[in-house]
Design a protein around this ligand. Structure first.
Ligand code: PGA
Length: 236
C-alpha cells in the first residue's frame, strides 16, 4: 500500500494545523482509508492529537539531544511531550538552505535511530549535478548515505531532486524510473518520490515501478487538495 506524506515546511499556524489534522483524520475514518499518511507540521504546531492508527504526526527537524543549550532547536524532551516518534532527516532545504552537513545529518540519524524513531530520510541532487549526468547524480546520492545505517528497520527513504522542490518542475517519469530503480537495487526500503507532486501528476508518479509513495510540500498545504491526493494514493 502506497504512503503519502505532507511537509508543511514554514506554513500553517497552530490553529490551522489543528483544523487540518482533524479534517484529515475524519476523512481517513469516514472513507475507510488504510494507507499510511504522515503530516509534518511546524515545531510550534506539534500537539497531542487523537488519531486513527495510520495517521502519524512527525517533526520536520530536531536536534540530536534530549535537552540542553542549542538556541532555536528542539530536542526529544519537546517531542516526547506530544508522543512524536517520527522525524524527517536530510531534507534538501536543511542541507542546502540551512547548511546541514552530511556529518551533522549522520549524527542526527544515529541519535534518532538509537531511540527507535521512524525516520524519513531524504536524498537528491541539485540542478548542476543532474545536468552533469546519471553517473554524477548517482555518485552524489550515494554520498548522501555516508554514515547512514540502511539496515535500520524503521526507515523510509525519499528521493527528492533539489531542482524539482518547490519549483513546479517535476522530474520526468523516465528520470524518476531510473533513479528509483538504482536506489532500490541497493537499498530495499520503502522509497518515496518528492518534488512538485500535485493532484494532476500524482497518479502517473505512483504508477512508476519502485515508487512506494510521495512526500509533498506546496500542493499538500490545502486540505482539499491533500484529501484528493490521499484518494489517488488509495486507488494506486
Ligand atoms: P514541493 O516540496 O512539493 O513543494 O516540491 C516537496 C518537499 O520538499 O518535500
Amino acid at each position: 500500500m502506497k504512503i503519502i506524506a505532507s511537509n508543511f515546511k514554514t506554513n500553517h499556524t497552530r490553529k490551522s494545523t489543528k483544523e487540518f489534522v482533524e479534517n484529515i483524520n475524519k476523512f481517513l475514518k469516514d472513507e475507510n482509508i488504510d494507507n499510511e499518511v504522515l503530516i509534518f507540521p511546524t515545531a510550534t504546531s506539534l500537539d497531542e492529537f487523537s488519531l486513527v492508527k495510520n495517521l502519524t504526526i512527525g517533526s520536520q527537524n530536531a536536534y540530536y539531544v534530549k535537552n540542553g543549550s542549542f538556541t532555536g532547536e528542539i530536542g526529544t524532551d519537546q517531542l516526547d511531550e506530544f508522543g512524536i516518534k517520527t522525524i524527517l532527516i536530510g531534507h534538501s532545504e536543511r542541507r542546502h538552505k540551512l547548511g546541514e552537513s552530511q556529518k551533522d545529518i549522520a549524527l542526527k540519524y544515529n541519535y534518532y535511530k538509537s531511540l527507535g524513531y521512524k525516520i524519513i530520510y531524504c536524498v537528491g541532487e541539485p540542478l548542476e549535478v543532474y545536468e552533469a549526468g546519471l553517473t554524477e547524480t548517482l555518485g552524489y546520492i550515494w554520498e548522501q548515505f555516508d554514515g547512514i545505517d540502511l539496515d535500520y528497520d524503521n526507515l523510509i527513504l525519499a528521493y527528492e531532486p533539489v531542482w524539482a522542490i518547490g519549483t513546479g518542475v517535476v522530474a520526468s517519469l523516465d528520470d524518476i524510473t531510473t533513479i528509483h530503480k538504482k536506489i532500490k537495487k541497493k537499498i530495499s526500503k520503502p522509497l518515496l518520490y518528492g518534488g512538485s507532486v500535485k493532484p494532476t501528476n500524482l497518479d502517473a508518479i505512483l504508477k512508476i515501478p519502485n515508487v512506494d509513495g510521495t512526500l509533498i510540500g506546496t500542493s499538500s498545504w490545502n486540505v482539499e487538495d491533500f484529501k484528493q491526493m490521499i484518494k489517488i494514493t488509495k486507488d494506486n
